[in-house]
Design a protein around this ligand. Structure first.
Ligand code: NDP
Ligand code: 8X3
Length: 256
């Protein structure tokens, strides 16, 4: 029970990595604020965690790309869910693999507003409370896409390079405070990410993970648990994590 007595807010808890982090944190005794846009999924997750682990969760349907929604939702939390110890900035997405010259500006807006602005809005709403209470962990889910640009990735890459810059900037801005800022930057993890990227085309999405053994969301969740359960003087700055068959953003060994 490494997180007993802790309250964690997880963005994007309706699927993939965010859901797995909710499950692992619940297993370890944390109370949770579960956010995402698909309310039914949040309610199902909360009910399942209550049954399995006795977890006390608050379901908070939220589009993080909306500054108004983030402000309203996070300034009206019930008193027992206000003292957040751990913020996991996980929600994010990519759309398409088109070149810039063929890209859809509306999709660029969606990606940049979610991955960059959303992360900033949520952080701005929660970090001051952590500072007032004298402690807190912020864990950003970046990506190998924030370290290496790859063909068809430019806008998503830009968003994850920004997440990397924001993680580093937050660590600078809180260096004199008992706040820890970390990122996990994964390679290929099998989630709904590619289905979203390929706009619902499950065949194209399946090809991304064909003939490889990708990471599972639980692999990232166990790493998240390790990071937030270190002693108070230990700040894990960044973890890059690949499946064993991956060596860079573009080099993936496939068994045919
Ligand atoms: P999923 O598509 O499985 O999950 C994405 C989550 O983000 C969902 O819960 C979704 O919830 C939420 N989300 C998306 N947009 C918004 C929004 N505007 N407001 C609130 N929530 C939103 O993908 P992953 O679990 O893979 O992605 C999680 C993070 O991991 C992302 O930041 C992604 O960039 C990153 N990542 C993923 C990798 C991978 O290979 N899968 C590798 C490296 C990083 P809902 O739709 O209900 O709002
Ligand atoms: C998601 C992993 O390699 O598709 O961030 O960009 S990748």
């Amino acid at each position: 029970m490494m997180l007993r007595g802790k309250l964690a807010l997880i963005t994007g808890a309706t699927a993939g990595i965010g859901q797995a982090i909710a499950e692992v944190f619940a297993r370890e005794g944390a109370r949770l604020i579960l956010t995402g846009r698909r309310e039914a999924r949040l309610k199902n997750l909360a009910a399942g965690l209550a049954e399995q682990f006795g977890t006390d969760s608050f379901v908070l349907p939220l589009d993080i790309s909306s500054r108004e929604q983030v402000h309203t939702a996070l300034s009206t939390l019930p008193p027992e869910f206000q003292d957040i110890d751990i913020l996991v900035n996980n929600a994010g997405l990519a759309r398409g693999v088109e070149k810039i010259q063929d890209g859809d500006p509306a999709e660029w807006d969606e990606v940049l507003r979610t991955n960059i602005h959303g992360l900033l809005y949520v952080t701005r709403a929660i970090l001051p409370g952590m500072i007032r209470r004298g402690g807190g962990d912020i864990l950003n889910i970046g990506s190998i896409a924030g370290h290496e640009v790859y063909p068809g990735g430019a806008v998503y890459n830009a968003s994850k390079f920004a997440v990397d810059a924001l993680t580093k900037g937050m660590r600078i801005d809180t260096v004199d405070l008992p706040i820890r800022i970390s990122s996990i930057d994964p390679g290929l993890v099998e989630t709904e990410f590619s289905v979203v990227r390929f706009r619902g085309d499950r065949e194209k999405a399946a090809n991304v993970y064909k003939n490889i053994e990708p990471l599972k969301p639980a692999d990232i969740a166990e790493t998240a648990l390790f990071i937030v359960s270190r002693p108070a003087h230990v700040q894990i700055a960044q973890v890059i994590i690949f499946p064993t068959c991956q060596a860079s953003a573009t080099l993936v060994h496939r068994n045919f």
